[in-house]
Ligand binder design. Structure first.
Ligand code: F3S
Length: 398
């Protein structure tokens, strides 16, 4: 029975008391418990969900059992997609994934499919059809996508966990608290950027600097004259990883309105240089190059295909360009896939270098992504170097 200030509609009461099935009741318990903890007065409908915790590598058997139980009678009520899995769901064999792992990963995907989840596994759902509009309430889990949705698109989501995102998918509801409310979306500290930013790696480093300093506070960023969508997605991944930031404002670029904070910090070229040094390990032997964190756009893939056309990747190196499956399909249609794969690199869909079981397979990662560096070190014990995409590809063929 719900107490405190959380009021439910008749339909929500039915979901909670089991009249809409066991999985829906369990999901509603999660949503209402979160609502009570955070002092929500009501639940609100969401139009889009993105679920994280998809790789069997992270879920394990316990997580899979939970999904299988929810899949017994659970059905999604809104558009729902998945975060990257631990492998390319079709071409996993040639990427060195074991049959055992593949079998378990497929069981995870089947459980989601049974619930009506669209089983494209990507951290950039907004590039492949799961695209909310400004002001829309959604429930997304992947931290880089949450930052992109709130900040660049202007949709509204808290940073959901795997179970709470699934619960939102099965009920079509979330509790109204946190970033769903106007008063929690105002900037708290202003950052004046006093250096030029050129590529995705620079934007990743900027996210690292601000994330490390701001720690959960909402930043207002001035002095960035322009940014591509790819640069913004790199920034989102990094500021979420290093600072837990789920919402930021960039003057004249992002759409939300906010009072400008009085507290001012500056970011200089030397801050960025120091961040770069921090991610460049001494004596790294690069045997793995990964681009596409967050998942590469079709524009990024086109450029990489051009760079690799007629070239050969060194036998001592493995190259993963990671992306969403619909983007890979488009790359196949456009001939980019052939150019990349004929050079000896892999265009990997549905997975990424952080959630695939790669520990022990490589020693040094080169990437343009500050977030990928964080996980390569923390999860896989790789040494790292951060470079531009062009430099990553040059390294691959050297
Ligand atoms: Fe996406 Fe994996 Fe990077 S989930 S943001 S490619 S670590």
């Amino acid at each position: 029975m719900i107490s405190l200030g959380l009021r439910l509609t008749a339909e929500e009461e039915e979901m909670l008391d089991g009249r809409r099935g066991n999985a829906t009741a369990k999901a509603m318990e999660i949503i209402t418990t979160l609502g009570e903890i955070y002092g929500a007065e009501r639940l609100i409908p969401v139009s889009s969900v993105q679920i994280a915790g998809v790789s069997y590598h992270n879920l394990g058997e316990a997580g899979l059992e939970y999904l299988a139980e929810m899949a017994e009678d659970g059905q999604t009520r809104v558009l729902t997609t998945l975060n990257p899995a631990g492998m390319d769901l079709e071409e996993w064999k040639k990427h060195g994934i074991s049959p055992d792992f593949a079998a378990n990963q497929k069981r995870v995907i089947e459980a989601f499919a049974k619930m009506g989840v669209i089983t494209t596994c990507t951290c950039t759902p907004y590039l492949v059809g799961n695209l909310p509009h400004y002001g829309e309430h959604i429930a997304w889990a992947e931290s880089s996508a949450v930052a992109f949705a709130n900040s660049v698109i202007g949709a509204r989501t808290n940073r959901e966990g795997g179970p709470s995102a699934l619960a939102a998918a099965l009920t079509g509801r979330t509790a109204e608290y946190g970033l769903h409310l106007d008063e929690n979306r105002h900037a708290e500290v202003k950052y004046e950027i006093e250096t030029e930013l050129h590529n995705t790696d620079d934007f990743g480093l900027l996210g690292q600097v601000i994330g490390n300093r701001t720690k959960n506070a909402i930043p207002y960023i001035a002095g960035v004259p322009r940014a591509t969508s790819e640069e913004l997605k790199s920034f989102c991944a990094s500021i979420a990883t290093y600072g837990g930031v789920a919402l930021f404002h960039i003057e004249k670029i992002t759409p939300n309105r906010t009072p400008i904070p009085e507290k001012i910090e500056t970011v200089t070229k030397s801050d960025l240089d120091n961040a770069r040094k921090e991610l460049d390990d001494e004596g790294a032997t690069i045997d793995f190059i990964s681009v596409g964190c967050p998942h590469a756009s079709i524009g990024e893939i086109a450029r990489i295909a051009e760079m690799l056309d007629g070239k050969k990747v060194s036998e001592k190196k493995t190259v993963w360009i990671t992306t969403a499956k619909p983007t890979k399909d488009l790359a196949i249609k456009m001939g980019y896939y052939d150019k990349i794969e004929e050079a000896g690199a892999y265009l990997v869909s549905d997975a990424c270098c952080a959630v695939a079981p790669l520990k022990g397979r490589f020693t040094g990662l080169m990437t343009d992504s500050a977030k990928a560096c964080f996980y390569a070190r923390g999860k896989n014990n790789f040494k790292t170097e951060i470079r531009t995409v062009e430099e990553c590809i040059e390294e691959a063929i050297s």
